[in-house]
Design a protein around this ligand. Structure first.
Ligand code: GLN
Length: 200
């Protein structure tokens, strides 16, 4: 089974570990470079991308993470993790850096104010309808030619902006979702990622 790390600087690490294990992968938290070196792939959980960036810098993981991604390590980022995998962000704080890897612009806190969360049904990667939980979620503003859009959703209670937004993308070995599949007990996104990891 592939060994998949979950970046454990912040966020709901245990839920991701459980979802990966139920999808047939070995899963372990990653906090140090030695732990990063030992995994085949990485999940970057939700949380707060500004904090995650600062912690990754403090733990001396920012450059090792960038290096692994550049070398082609499969990675899946959820919510703040999606922001971390974006080449460009809108609405970041002064000086905020990402790891990059996916040729897209991601807008932080795009669906509403800081405390806002909501749920929506979406079709992820043509695998049928899935209930998705969004918490202070970003959306994908635009994507480059190498990026596949795997899911779109809208916030039904917003009058001002009724359009569908891109909330799931893939570029080669990199996957990102605006939502939190680890919170709904639906392992389809994690299974999709484990399949990706087996391919690479
Ligand atoms: N708003 C957060 C950020 O900018 C993301 C929220 C989340 O991961 N649930 O990082």
């Amino acid at each position: 089974a592939p060994k998949i790390g979950v970046l454990a600087l912040q966020g709901d690490v245990r839920e991701h570990v459980r979802a990966l294990e139920s999808s047939g992968a070995g899963a372990m938290p990653v906090r140090r470079q030695e732990e990063l070196d030992a995994v085949d792939a990485l999940v970057i959980p939700g949380g707060e991308s500004t904090t995650m960036w600062k912690l990754a810098t403090a733990f001396e993981l920012l450059e090792p993470l960038r290096m692994r991604i550049k070398e082609g390590m499969p990675a899946y980022g959820s919510c703040a993790g999606m922001i971390m995998l974006a080449d460009r962000i809108e609405g970041g704080i002064e000086g905020q850096q990402t790891l990059g890897g996916i040729d897209m612009v991601v807008r932080r806190n795009a669906f509403g104010r800081q405390i806002d969360s909501f749920e929506a049904d979406l079709d992820f990667a043509s695998r049928g309808l899935m209930r998705a939980v969004f918490i202070r979620a970003p959306w994908v503003e635009s994507v480059g030619p190498e990026v596949d859009v795997l899911g779109r959703a809208r916030r039904e209670d917003t009058v001002s902006d009724p359009g569908d937004r891109i909330v799931a993308v893939r570029q080669g070995p990199l996957l990102a979702t605006s939502f939190h599949p680890e919170l709904t007990g639906d392992a389809r996104v994690h299974s999709y990622f484990v399949e990706m990891v087996r391919e690479f």
